[in-house]
Ligand binder design. Structure first.
Ligand SMILES: Cc1cc2nc3c(=O)[nH]c(=O)nc-3n(C[C@H](O)[C@H](O)[C@H](O)COP(=O)(O)OP(=O)(O)OC[C@H]3O[C@@H](n4cnc5c(N)ncnc54)[C@H](O)[C@@H]3O)c2cc1C
Length: 429
């Protein structure tokens, strides 16, 4: 361990904040994670992470990074009911009405409820002797040093009591896409970063169902990527031996209703009957929950000419993607790996080095998410050539699996299915 400073503070105890704290714990004598929410005793959804009620899968690269930070973490999640899944062998991917060929990719991700993934990271982090997590502790503002050239700490409110100052050598904002960093920094005299905002007006409706062993022919998940002319998305993921989570939704208000019959009708509009079959025939295990996601949002901190020393922006606060592509936690884990690498070289010029490298990590996932969204005729934005080699490239090419060739029609029962076969390309993990 290379000692860099006495105290680092992280704002937000969701996936990004926890992983950033893990990276920092190798370099700072004490790391404090400040969380606005009351953190639950068990692995249940919480207010500050409302997406925790919706389908989440962790891609292989993210799982590998977390496993590297916390050896044995995957086994612990599996012991809690999660399951490892091969990105191409265990999941049915459908885009443009094409089901990709199923074959082992050796890209092994992890399927478990989002609160379980986070809970296991949080417990492992809190077991580290130099890390503490303080909940019920919203950060109110940054404290800057003389001339505002450096951030020296944060002002917090603990419980409903008075405000306190917490000093730190480094503050990392991992407070999600609603981050106040832009406003805080502007208040200190820094320019706003350029923002790339791609409006998509996506809405998801989610429900948990009893899993039957025969569902999906024993596969662990099915993902339908919206692609013209049917832009609706669907994700069904294994949550535990006996349950599925089903999230479906569409762009610009084409959201699934939270009503049994209408939800089933919506599920019947996909180019495979497997989604309808689960929604219409499996036992529901809870109520519908909804989530609205207005826009992909990338803040270009790496392009700012001036940025204060002792401050970083991380995870969704830096860049947030259309959730259907399942990229957020994976990118957060990669950023944590990068942060560790950057700190290994010391803290001189840390923000510039970290943002520059993180921007490169974000480039491909951003192109994938935004590239596919921009193919929707109502999504506004410049169409980069590399994101749309042709409309003949299936949306499914953007999915994180080894692309080979369509192997079988999704379901001949489906009214919208058209038989097509397509060679395909690309791979992300
Ligand atoms: C519907 C949906 C589905 C998704 N599915 C996937 C998926 O399948 N795979 C995947 O990899 N990613 C997925 N994502 C993305 C993933 O949820 C996020 O990328 C991931 O949670 C990391 O986000 P984060 O930690 O940066 O921010 P968040 O998860 O938003 O957490 C921010 C944290 O900061 C806290 N906070 C906010 N303000 C303050 C403050 N002032 N003081 C203190 N604390 C504060 C909040 O309470 C919260 O705990 C999905 C997202 C959505 C919306």
């Amino acid at each position: 361990m290379k000692h860099i400073g006495q105290h680092a503070v992280v704002i937000g105890a969701s996936m990004s904040g926890l992983l950033a704290a893990r990276a920092l714990s190798d370099f700072y004598a004490v790391v404090t994670v400040l969380e606005r929410d009351t953190l639950p005793q068990s692995d249940i959804p919480r207010k500050g992470v409302p997406q925790g009620r919706h389908a989440h899968g962790l891609l292989a690269r993210g799982r590998n990074a977390i496993e590297n930070f916390f050896p044995g973490w995957t086994d612990a999640v599996v012991a809690s009911g999660g399951v490892r899944g091969d990105a191409a062998g265990d999941i049915n991917w459908i885009g443009h009405g094409v089901t990709l060929k199923s074959a082992p990719s050796h890209l092994v991700g992890l399927l478990a409820p989002r609160p379980v993934l986070e809970g296991h990271v949080r417990r492992r982090l809190m077991a580290l002797p130099n890390v503490r997590v303080i909940d019920n502790c919203p950060v109110q503002e940054l404290i800057a040093g003389e001339g505002n050239a450096a951030i020296k700490g944060v002002r917090v409110r603990i419980g409903s009591g008075e405000d306190h100052r917490i000093t730190a050598d480094l503050v990392v904002d991992a407070s999600g896409c609603g981050s106040s960093s832009v406003a805080w920094l502007e208040g200190l005299g820094f320019a706003r970063p350029e923002e790339e905002r791609i409006e998509i007006g996506i809405g998801y409706t989610t429900r948990v169902y009893r899993r039957r062993p025969t569902d999906l022919d024993g596969k662990l998940a099915i993902v339908v990527a919206g692609s013209g002319p049917n832009w609706r998305n669907s994700v069904i993921l294994y949550q535990a031996e006996d349950r599925w989570i089903v999230s479906v939704g569409g762009y610009f208000g084409d959201h699934a209703p939270d009503d049994d019959q209408l939800f089933a009708a919506y599920a019947g509009s996909f180019p495979t009957s497997e989604i309808y079959d689960i929604v219409a025939h499996a036992e529901p295990l809870g109520y519908f929950v909804r989530y609205r996601y207005p826009a992909n949002l990338r803040r270009r901190y790496e392009r700012l000419a001036r940025f204060p020393k002792g401050y970083l922006v991380f995870g969704d606060a830096f860049c947030s993607f259309n959730p259907v592509y399942g990229l957020g936690m994976r990118v957060a884990a990669q950023e944590a790996v990068l942060l560790r690498e950057c700190l290994n070289a010391g803290d001189a010029d840390l923000a510039r080095r970290f943002f520059a490298r993180a921007a490169k990590v974000i480039d491909t996932p951003w192109d994938i998410a935004v590239g596919n969204d921009l193919r929707h005729p109502k999504v506004e934005g410049a169409r980069p050539a590399k994101c749309a080699l042709s409309t003949g490239i299936s949306a499914s090419c953007t999915w994180p699996c080894v692309m080979t060739r369509s192997s079988r029609p999704p379901s001949s029962k489906s009214p919208t299915w058209k038989r097509r076969r397509r060679g395909c390309c690309g791979r992300i993990s």
